[in-house]
Write a protein that binds this ligand. Structure first.
Ligand code: SF4
Length: 370
């Protein structure tokens, strides 16, 4: 969605292609005036190598996205331009400066971040939709919290910003016209957890007959919101679970399931408060709650995040190999157990409930339910 959003800000005369290496191989050699590359930490080495090759062939390269925003100086060694933070606010300036031969090496998104209710229509037709299982749509950006490990604030600034309901609904309608399939709302917290916005958006989604997944925080889930989501086509609710497995969390899971929505539990291991008993507790919680879909990850203290910097100062970073920052390797020394206990405990969870982490299960459920 980030690349499509930037493509939407290019000028009418710019010829733009959106390429996603997760969907198709990068077509080298590539003739282009400018290649913008967005990447996460685990792909940094790959992105830098690609950028180096492109630049050696005379193509100018702009690096942005999560990792370049967290480590702009490092990214600058492989780029003509680094965009740190949200790209939309500076992208038109980058293009104008390039045209007049005066591009700067670093563009930082302004703080506080610009509103996103005025973004132009997203050029969703630029994506190779046949290569994806789901459509991705964003309704909000940012978060009002500031979890120490999370890169959201570094990327999107503090607080929430919402898109216009009519723009989101029009985008969903257009995506369904291009290809009828499930929609994933990619917001860290769907509709920023804003009850008024969610009521309005779910009303706009209902007549579209869309089937969709949202990411939610348990605290935002009042009975009316769960009801509105269920009635407008929500089939999966991804919920970040801290591994506390409290009775009230189990009650919330059951409330969502009773409304006909599948809970997709997102469990991360390695928090400072996690002790070796967290693994068995989560396995028991998933089974007791009949949670059919899970994501199982290890905490990754990304360089440039508050937690990454703190652990580095404390000498607790065990690996600086970016390829291991894929949330399935232990890359730091946890506080409540040894790295070996974290690795073994994670292995146990994967063995016990890892079959529920298959995306095929999502597709099978959607095939049955629609
Ligand atoms: S982890 Fe989730 S709740 Fe915490 S700051 Fe990031 S997006 Fe917000």
């Amino acid at each position: 969605v980030g690349l499509v959003s930037l493509a939407s800000l290019c000028r009418p005369d710019d010829e733009v292609r959106v390429l996603d290496e997760k969907a198709s191989p990068f077509p080298e050699p590539l003739e282009a005036d400018l290649v913008g590359i967005s990447f996460k930490t685990m792909y940094a080495d790959h992105a830098y190598a690609l950028a180096d090759r492109l630049r050696a062939g005379g193509v100018r390269v702009a690096l942005g996205g999560l990792h370049a925003s967290l480590c702009p100086a490092e990214a600058g060694a492989h780029a003509d331009i680094v965009v740190a933070g949200e790209g939309e606010a500076v992208w038109p300036q980058v293009l104008a400066d390039l045209d007049r031969g005066a591009a700067r090496p670093l563009y930082r998104a302004p703080a506080p971040p610009a509103p996103i209710d005025g973004l132009p229509r997203q050029r969703v037709e630029l994506m190779a939709h046949e290569r994806y299982l789901l459509h991705s749509v964003q309704t909000a950006r940012g978060c009002s919290l500031d979890c120490e490990f999370c890169p959201t604030r570094a990327m999107f600034g503090a607080g929430f910003r919402l898109r216009r309901v009519d723009a989101v609904a029009a985008e969903v309608r257009e995506l369904l016209r291009l290809q009828r399939k499930h929609v994933l709302f990619t917001d860290d917290v769907f509709g920023a957890g804003n009850p008024g916005f969610i009521a309005e958006l779910t009303s706009a989604l209902k007549p579209l007959g869309v089937s969709y997944t949202v990411i939610c925080d348990l605290k935002m889930l009042t009975p009316p919101i769960v009801g509105q989501l269920a009635a407008s086509g929500c089939r999966f609710m991804t919920i970040n679970m801290p591994g506390t497995c409290l009775p009230e969390e189990l009650a919330a899971v059951r409330q969502i399931q009773a409304a006909g929505i599948r809970v997709w539990g997102y469990f991360m291991f390695g928090f400072e408060f996690h002790k070796p008993d967290v693994f068995e507790r989560v396995v028991h919680f998933v089974r007791e709650g009949d949670i059919q879909q899970v994501s199982l990850t290890l905490l990754a203290p990304y360089p440039g995040t508050p937690m990454g910097e703190r652990l580095r100062k404390e000498g607790r970073i065990l690996s600086s190999d970016y390829r291991r920052y894929d949330q399935s390797h232990v890359v730091f020394r946890p506080a409540g157990m040894t790295p070996e206990q974290l690795e073994e405990g994670f292995g146990l969870v994967v063995r016990e409930i890892g079959d529920r982490a298959s995306i095929q299960r999502v597709m099978d459920h959607l095939d049955k339910r629609g």
